[in-house]
Design a protein around this ligand. Sequence first.
Ligand SMILES: [Zn+2]
Length: 313
Amino acid sequence: MRVLSVLLGLSALAAARCGTGNPSDNVKAHHKAFQDKEDREAARSATRDVFEATIDTYVHVILTNSTHGNSSSLPDQISEQIDVLNENYQKTGFSFNLVNVSYTRNNRWQAITDGSTTEYEVKSTLRRGDYTALNLYYGTIGGGILGYATFPDDVSEQGFQVDGVVCDPQTLPGGEAPYDLGITAVHEVGHWLNLFHTFQPGNDDPEIPGCFGHGDYIHDTPAEGFAAFGCPKRRDTCKGTDESNNDFSVPGDDPIHNFMDYTDDICLTQFTAGQIRRMQSSWTEERAGYVPSGSRVSSRRARPGSGWGGSGV
Ligand SMILES: [Zn+2]
């Protein structure tokens, strides 16, 4: 599918790297509140406690007769994937504790497409743990998409069930170049911890095009007009007033080495301090201690009508 995507041009390519949908208005509103809070803390020069969070991680491998016939290398690849997550999140205070790996062979689960009935069936059958547990599914997504994730949100019981990350098995370490170093999972877990793409909202948002607006709601990531592929050094898609007028940006070359861009695995090496702080803020506020709305008496997040979160449906 990746070869075919090259022929279809940039928009198709953009869809292929990551299928995570645009964040809901609710999720974006949370980011504005987080930024205000973080700015107030910075203004007070508040000393933050050392942040540490261990994320219980459940890996679910979906096997079908027509795909992944040879699965003998999967246990080693999954072990390497957890190592890759821990190495690349080392500076963030997050670590990943692999609790269990499940293997399920089901020929009706050929494609775990975002928003599909199959997605719901797979996840509601296999999901483990609470809202702080990472459920990482490996199965074919379809459409050439390598991975997608849900953002933390005021989820309903249904949204709780679909919470997690889905990646194609070819993105595991030792998979298919140039996405064969396990960085797709690093990127998707970034979404799961509430990071947007550095090029958010990209060129596909009719209200806020390209370099303007709120971008990714993080102050220290340079504005980026649209996703980068390969590893295009000194790329700069947003210049001049586009960039300097943006409150949620800093001038500079595009952040092609940022895990939340779309470049090749070997090109992706960093989160910014602002992104790290946002993941930590969001974790404390939105995942730790969360119980889905249908199963608790009261909470400020248990509002009626809260939907499917950031699953991009
Ligand atoms: Zn993404």
